[in-house]
Design a protein around this ligand. Structure first.
Ligand code: NAD
Ligand code: TDX
Length: 332
């Protein structure tokens, strides 16, 4: 049994991590630390609030972080500003949360000699050409493109430096694009599903050739547990499920699964500095730690996700008008 402090667990992946852990690893005790920013929603944990401790607070609050870290065994650090489009408009929250917040956690981990698992992204590696035969590996040089990914890259560098200089017990994982329930409707897949559910058309950036490497959120979280149990301190593990798809392919699949034709698709303004392609080689995690994904059929996972948004309108509907208003102002 371990006492887990999970940061950012009112968000998409963190809330799924809590549900996954309670179901599959019930021996752990969970405390959540989340600032409930625009991206956090306590309702994502509504069904399990009696089984966890929920603390509303900021990861840059050093006194609070120090206290919570001292009371727990392991910190699983999901909290971040996570949306690339937002990082092109206002950079400070990304610098503050992703860099200063991670620094604050590192200082507490160091002081109390606790274990940290730092959640990061494949975007730290920059992007690949569409015809590049290589995928990202743990030794690919960092080359982030956006304010979001450069702030995440900075946080990874801090973790590595604290391991090397101060010997803290930390691991890092860099995962590809997640999909599944409880994802904020600003993100590509839930935005398109909820557009169709509210009679709006799909909004594809540019020509839609950009490729993302999709993984179901439960597979990301099973990999995080594998690293917590078997990962080697100081190591980085890439998490991916061989799910490369162009955005246009994903949009066409959403149209098909929701019974609409191509007239429901709009091409809108492209993202500034838009990364072309991400692709993960997760051999290290698979061969050294024995992990494998369970959701190997993207269409099935996407169909389940569509069903979830259909059945949980209460969760996303209050946000929809405001999110679309923001995109409309950006020409997207
Ligand atoms: P999200 O935006 O859905 O959730 C982020 C959560 O962090 C929210 O609940 C928010 O309230 C909280 N938070 C933000 N700033 C905070 C602060 N200063 N103090 C405390 N809490 C704060 O993000 P997500 O998509 O669940 O991503 C979680 C993590 O996984 C991030 O570190 C992200 O970089 C990483 N990641 C995401 C993906 C993806 O596809 N979504 C892929 C790879 C890695
Ligand atoms: O309406 C849209 N139309 C569209 O074509 C939106 C919101 C996005 N897109 C495109 C941009 C990207 O090529 O879809 C792709 C995916 O976009 P996002 O959902 O914004 O994700 P991305 O920028 O790839 O980043 C995500 O995966 C890596 C997460 O938001 C990050 O937190 C994670 O690190």
């Amino acid at each position: 049994m371990s006492k887990l402090l999970v940061t950012g667990a009112a968000g998409f992946i963190g809330s799924n991590f809590v549900h996954y852990t309670l179901k599959n690893k019930p021996e752990h005790q969970i405390t959540v630390l989340d600032a409930l920013t625009y991206a956090g929603n306590k309702d994502s944990l509504k069904s399990v609030l009696d089984k966890i401790t929920f603390v509303k607070g900021d990861i840059t609050d050093s006194q609070l972080v120090d206290k919570l870290v001292s009371q727990n065994d392991i910190v699983v650090h999901f909290a971040a500003e996570s949306h690339n489009d937002n990082s092109l408009i206002d950079q400070w929250p990304f610098i503050n949360t992703n860099i200063i917040g991670t620094y604050t956690i590192l200082q507490a981990i160091r002081k109390h000699n606790k274990r940290l698992h730092h959640i990061s992204t494949d975007e730290v590696y920059g992007d690949l050409e569409l015809d590049d035969p290589h995928k990202f590996t743990e030794s690919t040089p960092y080359n982030p493109s956006s304010p979001y990914s450069s702030a995440k890259a900075s946080s990874d560098m801090l973790v590595r430096a604290w391991v090397r200089s101060f010997g803290i017990q930390a691991t890092i994982s860099n995962c590809s694009n997640n999909y599944g329930p409880f994802q904020h409707i600003e993100k590509m897949i839930p935005r398109q599903i909820t557009n169709l559910l509210t009679g709006e058309r799909l909004k594809l950036y540019g020509a839609g050739q950009n490729v993302r490497d999709w993984i179901h959120v439960d597979d990301h979280n099973s990999a995080v547990h594998t690293i917590l149990e078997k990962g080697k301190i100081g190591e980085t593990y890439l998490i991916g499920a061989n799910g490369e798809k162009s955005n246009l392919e994903v949009f066409n699949l959403i149209l098909k699964l929701m019974g609409k034709d191509a007239s429901w698709l709009d091409h809108v303004k492209d993202r500034q500095g838009h990364d072309m392609r991400y692709a993960i080689d997760s051999s290290k995690l698979r061969t050294e730690l024995g992990w494998a994904p369970e959701y190997t059929n993207f269409e099935t996972g996407l169909r389940d996700t569509i069903e979830w948004y259909k059945n949980n309108q209460w969760w996303w509907e209050p946000l929809k008008r405001q999110v679309e208003e923001k995109y409309r102002k950006q020409g997207q």
